[in-house]
Write a protein that binds this ligand. Structure first.
Ligand SMILES: Nc1nc2c(ncn2[C@@H]2O[C@H](COP(=O)(O)OP(=O)(O)OP(=O)(O)O)[C@@H](O)[C@H]2O)c(=O)[nH]1
Length: 347
């Protein structure tokens, strides 16, 4: 029996995983691909985005969503049963692509492929780590020496690990292929510096490819032949000794809002909130007055994009929902108040 290949797409919040996955599905070239998407927030925005993609041959059944929690913490409860069901289908997919949440550590997921029920039927073709090039260049994942010094002065017993750096590094260390994405926002020299830094951070020789909007040929992305599950030792993790990684450094909330006046107004409010509260990620949907289609909104830090996607179904409430993710300690009430006030009327 031939093994079903799995590709794991990882990378920090907003790096461009769903964008890359969408590109793969649009250029699948006849491959039968099933997709598992996992999100940290309580709303499955990515699954929704992919389901409303309109890609030929991509059916609802082929996009499976594991929302509300990171795969790395819910492997046994969610991931393994889902995978077994997928493999037990009368017509199983030829390839499974798993998009982890931006906060997931890939290693526990990789480890799951050694479970007896999966090991004999699947292999991990490769771990693809998508990197938000401008975010790394801006020092998003680097230690802030002043903050570390301040923390130390306040409480010498504190664990001074930087949670963003940890997740970013763990994701890099698991990679079989690194995609340096969003290179449209950086010049060539800055990209070259990042490539050098990333290569130096990974103790194995790993290919690094530059991309815009995740546009890489699926023939390169799928078919790495890495059998990554057989090489766990080569992929060190900050949490190798700490099985209880709980993501308690991060938190998320969902804000519900009524119809908004214009996309520009909503995005201006969201960008201001993102800057004021140092929010890592915002995404969701909103209803705009007089518009039959819903507005999809994506924010990474203070950079936003918006576009109309599908129409509201008959009877579907014209509410908006925005997922907000940041480091623990967000002023939830203030964020909720300000975002909800962007609407003309409360939801
Ligand atoms: N400028 C620019 N923006 C990009 C590029 N790729 C993706 N984006 C945008 O970045 C935002 C986040 O992209 P996603 O693909 O949703 O990122 P993600 O990694 O799936 O996000 P999470 O699942 O929340 O972690 C979206 O607004 C994308 O349109 C790129 O190459 N350049």
């Amino acid at each position: 029996m031939s093994l079903v290949s799995a590709t794991i797409i990882t990378g920090f919040l907003g790096a461009g995983k769903t964008t890359l996955l969408r590109h793969v599905l649009e250029h699948a070239g006849g491959r039968r691909i099933a997709v598992i998407v996992n999100e940290f927030g309580a709303l499955g925005i990515d699954g929704d985005t992919l389901r409303s993609c309109g890609i030929e041959g991509c059916t609802d059944d082929d996009v499976i969503e594991l929302a509300n929690g990171c795969l790395c913490c819910t492997v046994a409860d969610d991931f393994l049963p889902t995978m077994e069901k997928l493999l037990d289908r009368a017509d199983p997919p030829g390839h499974v692509v798993i998009e982890t949440s931006g906060l997931a550590l890939p290693k526990p997921l990789l480890r799951a492929f050694n479970w007896p029920s999966i090991r004999t039927r699947m292999t991990v073709d490769g771990v693809i780590t998508v990197v938000d090039a401008p975010a790394v260049a801006a020092g998003r994942f680097a230690d802030d020496p002043e903050a570390v010094a301040r923390q130390r002065a306040e409480d010498p017993s504190l664990d001074h690990d930087n949670p963003l750096a940890e997740v970013y590094e763990d994701q890099l260390l698991s990679a079989d292929l690194v995609v340096l994405n969003k290179t449209d926002l950086l010049d060539d020299a800055a990209c070259a510096v990042l490539e050098r830094d990333i290569a130096a951070a990974i103790p194995r020789a790993v290919k690094i490819l530059r991309a815009r909007e995740g546009r890489l040929d699926p023939a390169i992305l799928l078919g790495l032949g890495a059998s990554a599950q057989d090489d766990l030792d080569g992929r060190p993790s900050h949490h190798d000794l700490d099985a209880d990684h709980e993501h308690d450094d991060f938190e998320s909330l969902v804000v519900t809002l009524g119809e908004v006046e214009t996309p520009e107004h909503l995005v201006a409010v969201l960008a201001e909130v993102a800057a004021e509260h140092d929010i890592l990620r915002m995404k969701g949907f909103a209803a705009v007055r007089g518009k039959p289609r819903r507005l999809a909104v994506q924010g990474v830090g203070t950079r936003f994009r918006q576009q109309y996607d599908r129409g509201f179904a008959p009877g579907e409430p014209r509410d908006g929902h925005i997922v907000v993710i940041g480091l623990r300690g967000l002023d939830r009430a203030a964020i909720e108040r300000t975002v909800a006030a962007a609407a003309l009327q409360p939801a």
